[in-house]
Design a binder for this molecule. Sequence first.
Ligand code: P6P
Length: 334
Amino acid sequence: MQLYSNPKAALNSAQQFILYEQKKSEQATGEFSWLLSAITLASKHIAMYVRRVGLTNASDATGTKNVHGETVQMMDELADKVLIDSMGFNADVAIISSEENEEPVILRESGGKYVIFFDPLDGSSNLDVGVSVGTIFSIMEKPPGVDDPRKVVLQPGTRQVAAGYIIYGSSTVLVFSTGDGVHMFTLDPYVGDYLLSHRDLKMPDSGKYYSINEGNAESFSPGYQNWLSWLKSEEAGPYSSRYIGSLVADFHRTLIKGGIFVYPETAKSPEGKLRLMYEANPIGFIAEQAGGVATSGKQRIMDIQPTSLHQRTPLIVGSKKDVANILKYLEESE
Ligand code: P6P
C-alpha cells in the first residue's frame, strides 16, 4: 500500500510559510517570523513533556495557586517558563503576560515592539486524564509612545496583529493567523517541524455541535435557557452536544466542523470564566479570520476595552448562523 504523504506539505513548514507570506508585504521585516519560530520551538518542548506526562511528575500540583486561585501544576509552570525563555531574548518583545504571572513580565522598560499574551497550558487540569490541552497566544504591538506596562497591556483585541494556538491532541497542531486568513500546521514528529496541513481555513456557516457545560444550566440567564430549549427541539435539531472542558479542543472542533461554543455568566463565574486577554481575544481573532463570530453576548469580544489584565468575559464563539441564533434569544430576553 502506497504510504500516504502530502508532498506539498513537505514544502511548507510554518517558518517557510511565514517568510513567504511576509515577503508579500513590503514593510514586513521578518520580526513576526522570528516570534513564530520562538513560539513553535517552545511548543515542541511543551509537546515533548505533555506526551510523557504519565511518566513524570508534570501533572503534580506545585502547591501554589495562580492569580485565579487555581491549583498550578508542574506542567503549567514549565510551559510558562519555556515560553518566556523562548521569547525573552528577542529585542522586539517588550512585555510578556501570562495566566501564570499576576504582573506582566517586563523584558524591556522602553523599546521593544510587541506585547505577547499567553495561556501557557490551557485545560491543564485534564492532563492526567489524557485530554487535549493547548497553548494560546496573542500578539499586539505596543501603542506608539506608551511605555507604562499597565497601559500597554490593556488594549482591546482589535489591536492584535497575530494570534493562534497549539493543541496537544491526537496530533500536535499549530493554528495561527497574522490577519490574512487562518492556517493550520501539523507537527511531523519524524521531520521535527510543523508542516502545512490547511491553508486559509474557513469555519462552516453553521454546524451540528453545540458545546456548553450544562452542569451550570441552573444558573444560566433566561436567554441561554430559552436558547438551549430551542436547540433541543425538533425545529432546531438535530444538534449533538460536545463538551471537552478544554477551550482549545472545544474551539478547534468548532473551527473545523462548525457549530458553537458557549461559556456564559454562571453563579460560580458571574463575569464568565474565560480570560479576555489570553483566551477570548486570540480565539476571537482566529474565529473572525475564519469567517466565524466571537461575542460576549453583549459585544464583539475584540471590541472589549480591558480594565484589568486577568479579567474574565463570557464567550460565545462559532459559526455565524449558530451565533446569530443564540443572540436572538439573548436579545429577546433582555
Ligand atoms: P468548566 C480549563 O480550565 C478552562 O479554562 C477552559 O480551557 C475550559 O473551556 C473551561 O475552563 C472549562 O471550564 O467550568 O466547564 O470546567
